[in-house]
Design a protein around this ligand. Structure first.
Ligand code: 5GP
Length: 205
């Protein structure tokens, strides 16, 4: 069985990556990695579903036990990807999505060179500010901090494999799915298929 695809998705907050992934999931099955974080839950967020909410001490223990694939500090909180479930799912042939920020994404790129890195861009920084204001989940001060962080993050999209602009949602979803589809057809991921076909001896390569 071929290993699942490790898909790393980053986007400044307010880019609508949650909505894109929701739509993508309706058309392509994947395991969504639930991160660990020291940030406080927002209204409606459930422990173990949105995040594994942890204390700083608990998080540091997880890191020192080699329990995370990557981790980073973002806006004064720790965020990290629990290693075990990701490795299990990939080995079972399931595609895995990590929704993480850029510092963590660069760690994954280094550790797992086969990972596919997708950066979701807003049509403009101003659209982003507008979307964050509309969401009303953060104070104005936090929003401005996130907008400043976003500008820095966007500059780092050059280190990713693909960019998807979220202007029109349907188009963004379609483009995201196209990336997955194309990645699955790369020769480096098709050796098992090529072997299978050539064993039949029908020379249809
Ligand atoms: P939020 O607080 O808005 O849920 O997330 C803030 C940022 O942390 C987002 O960019 C999100 O993608 C990122 N993030 C969430 N989980 C992880 C993780 O496990 N590792 C890293 N490096 N970043 C994460």
């Amino acid at each position: 069985m071929s290993r699942g695809l490790l898909i790393v998705v980053s986007a400044p907050s307010g880019c609508g990556k949650g909505t894109i992934l929701e739509q993508v999931r309706k058309r392509h099955e994947f395991y969504y990695s639930v991160s660990a974080t020291t940030r406080a839950p927002r209204e409606g967020e459930k422990d173990g579903v949105s995040y594994h909410f942890m204390t700083k001490e608990g998080f540091e223990k997880l890191v020192s036990d080699n329990g995370v694939l990557e981790y980073a500090s973002y806006c004064d909180n720790y965020y990290g990807t629990p290693r075990g479930p990701v490795e299990e799912m990939l080995a079972a042939g399931k595609d895995v999505v990590l929704e993480i920020e850029v510092k963590g994404a660069m760690q994954v790129k280094e550790k797992c060179p086969e990972a596919v890195l997708i950066f979701i861009l807003p049509p403009s920084v101003d659209t982003l500010r507008h979307r964050l204001n509309k969401r009303k989940t953060e104070t104005e001060e936090v929003i401005e901090k996130r907008v400043a962080e976003a500008a820095g993050e966007i500059a780092q999209s050059v280190n990713y494999d693909y960019v998807v602009v979220n202007d029109d949602l349907d188009e963004a979803v379609e483009n995201f799915l196209t990336v997955i589809k194309a990645e699955k057809m790369t020769v480096k991921r098709s050796h098992a298929l090529i072997d299978k076909i050539s064993e039949k001896g029908d020379n249809k390569l």
